[in-house]
Ligand binder design. Structure first.
Ligand code: WTA
Length: 638
């Protein structure tokens, strides 16, 4: 290994990267194993200590209420609001003049916000929302490009105690419609469009179309971003800049932050599950803020002087937790970029790192694999010496991509934090801290106080190296509290396979050093380029096309995307199959669900393997496609 490395505290197996002496001495957590022991011995004591680093209107009475599992409660009796920790407490100190956000648009425009400026815009927009009748518990749908107004809208909603439902700007008509309808949002915040890869994504047009399919919400607020002409419906649609400039709003730079119970809802976020429509995962103010703050600070070693860049989109959990909330709670300066990493050239990200002096950079395996293709000469043209820590999330990172990232971006100096977690977990669950030895492809060990295991079908821990179901054995503060409007589904999905244990839906291995290796989903969730999609929503979009009678969708390995969508369709009688229909179906999927839902391959078939009760046996399709054994076929229909 490299010369600057410290002598290993213990000898680990396989390909191991030990931290440098410098990384260890300067780390927020120089001795992770000691903290791990502390948290294991006294879970609630550990979390109370971390919660104590934040501000509360009223301190909690009980750290963890386990009286009604799996409906766990955290910091019961505590009064707070996540915005009080993300903004209010900072603007009372010198940090009011620190940069909270540095934003670059795809076209190269730049906007910066100090904590003071961000707070001012949030207060103004909160007053706008209030004037539309939005208050505690109301839902606000946010369907936006990656621009600062997205962050402002989320914080303004939370400040009022309302619940945001952010829909990823890459989703399209039907996906948006379903989420607006299920959340019963009264207000939608959107934009005239966003830039992605040199093209304009016409968000307002998609909103208009989605609203034709549902009872209209009362108000739509539209941010002018591209300047493109859009349809504005009188009495329903309002320009953001006009509302923000009304004499009343312009001068209303103060807005009280609503005092919330720790367990009051903060947001819902739709995510794909095993069956049926996407479900709305619900997170709350109190525990969530503690979990995401502690994990960001420890895992990415965040310091006052860091410049943090998480390349995710605010529309996914990674953006909620680690673009919007945790960096602000930690008082950090974040970089946010609107567009594609390859626009106009494949060094756009490396240019941004150099330009703004990014020190901690958190991205995805798909992006790394995609940029790897263009070769190391692109990053090598840039001074990336500001970087000190790297991160990865969303899917397993293959060792080849890990090594490329480590060598060409981190220059063999920067440790890579591979973080395993989920929309449901809210915060990192299996992740190293910089002072830990790393193995490419492993998220190392569970975060402090988190207990994970790998179980067989009967609930026994499997032997080291064997594959099994990944479970979490103790509650954690940022855990989902329920599925919005569907507590039964919450219990069934996560807590029924092994009573008392949280089922992640992933398969994993644990090695002889106690390091975890997440392999992938074992349910009908497909992670395409790290984006989470469900076979059910993809299939229902396919059959919504008039030519299609039945459809089955599976995920198959893909060199760049990790997993790609393969669809098998049965057409209605008399329909002509062929390339034209394939292209038409791909367009249909992009229009209904979003461009990420375009199948890689569509095959026309005359029947689908089903159980006698009519359930599609996707594992059989998958095995056939991969040329593998089809396994137990005793339940197959014929
Ligand atoms: C996968 C994203 C391997 C996993 C934060 C999980 C990962 C799902 C990793 C959740 C990782 C996420 N290594 N697999 N570091 N991170 N996953 O809800 O399958 O969009 O269950 O949350 O992503 O996806 P979600």
């Amino acid at each position: 290994m490299e010369e600057q490395q410290t002598s290993p505290p213990q000898t680990l197996h396989g390909e191991v990267y030990y931290p440098s002496a410098e990384t260890v001495t300067q780390a927020n957590i120089p001795d992770p194993e000691a903290v791990r022991c502390e948290a294991e011995a006294d879970l609630t004591g550990y979390w109370a200590r971390r919660a104590g680093e934040l501000e509360w209107y009223r301190k909690w009475d009980t750290v963890l209420d386990e009286s009604n599992p799996p409906f766990y409660k955290w910091f019961v009796g505590g009064k707070t609001n996540i915005v009080a920790n993300a903004l209010d407490r900072h603007v009372r100190t010198w940090r009011r003049n620190k940069l909270a956000l540095i934003w670059e648009g795809e076209k190269g425009d730049l906007k910066t916000y100090s904590y003071h400026a961000l707070n001012r815009e949030v207060c103004k927009f909160a007053n706008v929302l209030k004037s539309m009748g939005t208050g505690k518990g109301d839902r606000v749908t946010i369907y936006m490009p990656r621009i600062p107004e997205t962050v402002i809208a989320m914080l303004a909603t939370a400040k009022l105690g309302a619940i945001h439902s952010v829909v990823y700007g890459g989703f399209s008509v039907e996906a948006l419609h379903g989420r607006i309808e299920d959340s019963e949002s009264k207000v939608i915040v959107t934009a005239d469009g966003g830039y992605m890869n040199g093209k304009v994504v016409e968000l307002k047009k998609i909103v208009d179309e989605a609203l034709q399919r549902t009872a209209a919400p009362e108000n739509v607020v539209v941010v002018k971003h591209t300047g493109r002409e859009v349809n504005m419906e009188a009495g329903r649609d309002y320009w953001y800049h006009e509302l923000m400039n009304l004499p009343l709003t312009r001068n209303s730079m103060k807005c009280e932050t609503e005092v919330m119970d720790a367990e009051d809802p903060l947001f819902i976020l739709y995510t794909s599950g095993t069956t049926g429509k996407p479900k709305a995962v619900l997170h709350t103010h109190g525990g969530y803020q503690v979990g995401i703050y502690a994990t960001l600070k420890d895992v990415f070693d965040l310091k006052e002087e860091d410049r943090w860049w998480c390349t995710a989109d605010p529309g996914w959990i990674t953006g909620h937790s680690y673009i919007v909330y945790a960096p602000l709670i930690a008082g950090a300066t974040s970089v946010m970029y609107e567009g594609a990493p390859t626009y106009p050239f494949p060094d756009r990200w490396w240019t941004i790192i150099e330009k703004y002096g990014v020190s901690v950079f958190y991205s995805t395996p798909t992006a790394i694999r995609g940029l790897m293709r263009f070769g190391a000469s692109w990053p090598n043209r840039h001074d990336l010496s500001s970087l000190r820590i790297l991160g990865s999330v969303g899917e397993p990172i293959n060792p080849e991509a890990w090594r490329w990232f480590h060598k060409n971006i981190g220059k063999e100096r920067c440790p890579i934090m591979d973080t395993w977690w989920q929309t449901e977990t809210g915060m990192f669950m299996i992740a190293p801290t910089p002072a830990m030895p790393l193995k490419p492809g492993s998220g190392t060990k569970p975060y402090f106080g988190v207990q994970a295991d790998v179980l067989d079908e009967h609930g026994n821990s499997v032997k080291p190296g064997e594959e099994g179901f990944l479970v979490l054995k103790r509650p954690w503060p940022a855990m989902l509290r329920t599925i919005y409007k569907d507590p039964d589904r919450y219990m069934k999905t996560y807590w029924s396979k092994y009573p008392g244990l949280y089922l992640a839906g992933d398969s994993a291995r644990k090695d002889e050093d106690g390091y975890f290796w997440v392999i992938g989903r074992v349910d009908d969730v497909i992670k395409v380029s790290g984006y989470r999609l469900g076979t059910a929503e993809l299939e229902s979009a396919l059959v919504s096309h008039p030519a299609i009678a039945e459809a089955a969708v599976i995920g198959l390995p893909h060199e760049i995307k990790g997993v790609a969508i393969h669809a098998y369709v049965i057409t209605k009688a008399g329909v002509e199959t062929g390339e034209t229909l394939v292209e038409e179906l791909k367009r249909h999927m992009a229009h209904e669900v979003g461009p990420i839902a375009k199948p890689e391959k569509i095959e026309f078939v005359s029947s689908l393997p089903k159980t006698r009760s009519g359930k599609i046996m996707r594992r059989v399709l998958k095995a056939r496609a991969l040329g593998m054994a089809e396994g137990d076929l005793s339940t197959l229909e014929d």
